[in-house]
Design a protein around this ligand. Structure first.
Ligand code: GRF
Length: 200
């Protein structure tokens, strides 16, 4: 059974989508731990409600980013985590963490990468005037939103969209493709070939 660790910072709707698919028997995986960098993250309450171990690790308690990531790696490895899922986690994981979990960290970004990396991609899309946007699940590398792309989901952008309405539409698509990407991984069907990910 694939053991996953989930890193969160906020609401945890992607975490919830993954929990729901596991509990529905559609995703053969086990969430061993949920770790938040924010004490008030609602995602922690979602984990607790489903009896999933969860903890707040305060980055401010560590002098260096490397020390903070060392703690994350220790907690994850102690629980036998094989795949790390960044789900609304708002920090950039550094070289140390990425090396420790080489090609075993996934992230979801609410745009069709490589368009609109970084912050508030939904607003970037609206301001650019695109007609289609969406979300991307990718393996995290040392860059920001730059790792090999696993799955993407597209949504229409309407003239009267706001950042909120577009974000909500994209979020629905996120909740579909993130569990699907983890399922493919759990079935050993993802083959990374340089920049590309082939689905076997
Ligand atoms: C989502 O749009 C996700 O793509 C981004 O953070 C937002 C909130 O995610 N990374 P969640 O509800 O906390 O899973």
């Amino acid at each position: 059974m694939l053991k996953i660790g989930v890193l969160v910072s906020g609401n945890g709707s992607n975490l919830q989508a993954i929990i729901d698919r596991i509990e529905a028997g559609e995703l053969q995986a086990e969430i061993s731990i949920v770790i938040s960098d924010r004490e008030d993250a609602y995602a922690l309450k979602r984990a607790a409600r489903h009896g999933i171990e969860n903890m707040y690790i305060d980055p401010g308690k560590f002098r260096e980013k490397r020390e903070y990531e060392g703690k994350l790696v220790q907690v994850l490895k102690e629980r036998g985590v094989e795949l790390v899922i960044m789900a609304g986690f708002m920090r950039l994981l550094g070289p140390y963490f990425i090396r420790e979990f080489h090609q075993r960290v996934m992230n979801i970004h609410p745009s069709l990468l490589p368009s609109f990396p970084g912050l508030r991609p939904q607003l970037q899309a609206l301001e650019h005037g695109v007609k289609v946007s969406g979300c991307t699940v990718h393996f995290a590398d040392e860059g920001m939103d730059t790792g090999p792309i696993i799955l993407q989901g597209a949504v229409p952008v309407y003239d009267d969209d706001t950042e909120e309405t577009l974000s909500a539409r994209i979020l629905e698509k996120e909740h579909q493709i993130y569990p699907e990407a983890i399922k493919l991984y759990s079935e050993g069907r993802l083959k990374i070939e340089g920049r590309k990910v082939r689905i076997l």
